[in-house]
Design a protein around this ligand. Structure first.
Ligand SMILES: C[S@@+](CC[C@H](N)C(=O)[O-])C[C@H]1O[C@@H](n2cnc3c(N)ncnc32)[C@H](O)[C@@H]1O
Length: 283
């Protein structure tokens, strides 16, 4: 079985943000309304995260500590999800997920191997959402989530999303000068943001003089412009979008964590806002 090593302290905050929402959401929806609850993990990993720790007292297994990843958090949730979909691209990690499925034969688990964008869109379309409500976690390493996928999720009007937006990745790809962005990177930025309006963030440089043959277009400093852009893009397709939680919380943020609610009903939006306000105040 493969060991999944990635992230840091902030990764546990991310899992807490997911778990806290999931706990409140499953309690609120499975009780009085009798909805079947669906969990979709688009970047499922192995079910665990392994980290090395300093261990002079030999209290751990070979200086390693294991944390539950999103898959195990969802499986252990009570009230339970009735259907769980785990999407993962990497064959070695799929084997860990198959073992988890074997150990939970009484649960309705579907493992989907391949690209998250493809499988999320297909799964959103295939599920009959009438008496179902969904929670979907988008936890990429970087710029894998296409905005078209977010549109397909929003179109169900039944799914709440936890989305880890790759703020640092976007900022890095969008070089200071537009002329330094390679064409394929332009394409990735447009896919992630769902628009090429990001090019409007580039303005003629103050250094450009009347005698320069080409005007140099330069971006505003600071990654916040990309957070503002994805926030307004998400608001165009979802019924409610939370303000971002920056991760890590101190220093330069790598990711922005968003909650996005596709259900347009005022009751669903009010519930989500109540849950999110409570979580963000306490995280
Ligand atoms: C940050 S990890 C997910 C961690 C997991 N959510 C957890 O809490 O344990 C990202 C995962 O996405 C997988 N991945 C990367 N690109 C993918 C893609 N395009 N489609 C599906 N999975 C992908 C990686 O193999 C990796 O396991």
């Amino acid at each position: 079985m493969v060991e999944h090593r990635y992230g840091g302290d902030w990764t546990e905050i991310k899992i807490t943000l997911l778990k806290s929402y999931m706990t409140a959401y499953t309690r609120a929806l499975s009780g009085k309304n009798h909805f079947d609850l669906v969990y979709i993990d688009a970047f499922a990993g192995t079910g665990e995260r392994v980290a090395s720790v300093e261990d002079p007292m030999n209290l751990t297994q070979n200086g390693k500590i294991k944390y539950d990843g999103s898959v195990k958090v969802a499986l252990n949730m009570i009230p339970q999800f009735q259907e769980l979909y785990f999407i993962e691209k990497d064959q070695a990690k799929i084997e860990n997920l198959q073992k988890i499925k074997q150990e939970n034969q009484n649960r309705n688990i579907t493992i989907l191997k391949g690209d998250a964008n493809y499988h999320v869109k297909k799964t959103c379309q295939n599920i009959k959402w009438n008496r179902k409500r969904g929670l979907l976690f988008l936890d990429p390493y970087g710029m894998e989530v296409e905005f078209e996928t977010l549109k397909a999720i929003a179109a169900t009007k039944r799914i709440d999303v936890c989305y880890l937006f790759p703020l640092a990745g976007v900022f890095r790809q969008a070089a200071g000068k537009i002329s330094n962005i390679e064409p394929y990177k332009e394409g990735v930025l447009t896919k992630v943001l769902g628009t090429n309006d990001w090019k409007n963030l580039y303005k003629p440089s103050r250094q450009t003089s009347l005698f320069d043959s080409e005007i140099s277009l330069e971006r505003e400093r600071g990654a916040d412009v990309f957070d503002n852009m994805i926030y307004s893009r998400l608001n165009e397709v979802f019924s409610y979008v939370s303000s971002p939680v920056k991760l890590p919380k101190k220093g330069v943020p790598f990711f922005s964590f968003y909650y996005a609610i596709s259900n347009p009903s005022p009751a669903a939006i009010a519930l989500a806002k109540r849950i999110i306000t409570h979580i963000v105040k306490n995280c």
